[in-house]
Design a protein around this ligand. Sequence first.
Ligand SMILES: Cc1cc2nc3c(=O)[nH]c(=O)nc-3n(C[C@H](O)[C@H](O)[C@H](O)COP(=O)(O)O)c2cc1C
Ligand SMILES: [Ca+2]
Length: 472
Amino acid sequence: MCSIVPLTIFSFGLFGLSVSQSVDQTPATGWGGIRCYDKFRNPQRCIPEFENAAFNVLIEATNTCGDNGPIEFCRQTDISEVKKSCQLCYPNQHHAKYLTDFHNQDEPTRWQSETMMENIQHPNQVNLTLHLGKAFDITYIRLWFYCPRPESFAIYKRTKEDGPWIPYQYYSASCRDTYGLPDTTRTIRGEETRALCKSEYSDISPLTGGNAAFSTLEGRPSAYNFDASAELQEWVTATDIRITLDRLNTFGEEVFGVEQVLRSYFYAIADVALGARCKCNGHASECISSIGMDGSRRRVCKCEHNTAGPDCNDCLPFYHDAPWKRATAKNAHEYLSYEERKDIAEIINKKECKVDGLIISNTTISRPENLHCKKEALEAGDLSGRPLKEMSTIMIADMYKLLNGIPIIGVGGIDSGEDAYEKIKAGAKVVQIYTSLIYNGPPVVTQIKKDLVKLLEKDGYKNIEEAVGKRS
Ligand SMILES: Cc1cc2nc3c(=O)[nH]c(=O)nc-3n(C[C@H](O)[C@H](O)[C@H](O)COP(=O)(O)O)c2cc1C
Ligand SMILES: [Ca+2]
């Protein structure tokens, strides 16, 4: 039985992430993305725009002031005198939706927990959980407190919706006692996906308006070579974020158990921002809303480069000729790399694989610079015919050197006896035409054969076989 392996000349590749430390308050979207094709329709690594992925996404809170009926809370108004002014909070007044809403910076809306009087202090904890609905590449997580920053709190992430919670960062004035970790700001190579504990944000001052910003790549040495670090690419990935508020900061006077004092200790946060890009592995410049089978709305990458899946993490059906890869800054992996071509040749060369021939190549989704039809070049779809000729001839010559005599069927832009001869000299034993047949009809075959005979004679070859692979 005869088997033929068509070898398409495309493949896919990887991408990195810029480190941003911006902590602006809740912009719905930020800096733009990068398109997947340049103006000549050549593929390039693309990325969706930078955005606040938490904006208007509902955070689940395990405790909210007023949820169990109105309760009284008192505000710390001055550090030295500790004056207290008390008021009630009502159901929905400090709902978790106010963590991610759009508000006036001067009068921010806020989520607030119950107070120490309702026993929210350590060892009890309050959790805030954010489900993103898909994977994002997280650059920073920023919290804007409306109370003193907690004495201890932690950030966790999930990389799959049903996966385990993975520690991302601990903040504590008592790192050792509370989390069993040293107080550090840097990791070392080999331990770059370890969550650190920092005491940086754990002072009781300021009493309100303090920020805590966690930059996912800060203090991690491979951040400067992010493209090559599979470890850090995984580290920045998250589908869900959880903040655990573990211990309230106090002035210490709560030990006397005075109700008004206990009512002055609670958690309150005005804003949670997540600086991130929708994770599309370098194969999409946009993340769009999609309605699932169950009617639920979620975001998915608008995949290009013949990829598919919510994160462009797979090849489209019938585009599995090359293995799936992330796109890199240097290479969107449109073409098979030399290593990949070598791998393919190695398999084909094995006798037990029983491959009788290789078709090189199929069409291209790139747009060579010398295309005359600039307008049509902007349309989506594959390109065949003359613009493909040189690309496929180069691929034939390359593969000819790697194959141990497995016949190559040369195809791509053959229009004349001269074109066919070029393919033969590059290494093709047989040639195939498609586009030219459409434009010129069957007589083109007779013409090609006649011209080919003349060219072979001119160079002193008795038959096609003798000319195969003779390109200098
Ligand atoms: C309209 C059209 C349909 C094609 N359909 C197929 C196909 O079904 N399977 C395949 O392997 N190649 C297909 N090809 C690719 C051709 O076989 C050929 O590899 C490619 O067009 C390059 O050769 P050409 O420049 O002579 O057209 C198609 C090409 C065109 C233009
Ligand atoms: Ca708010």
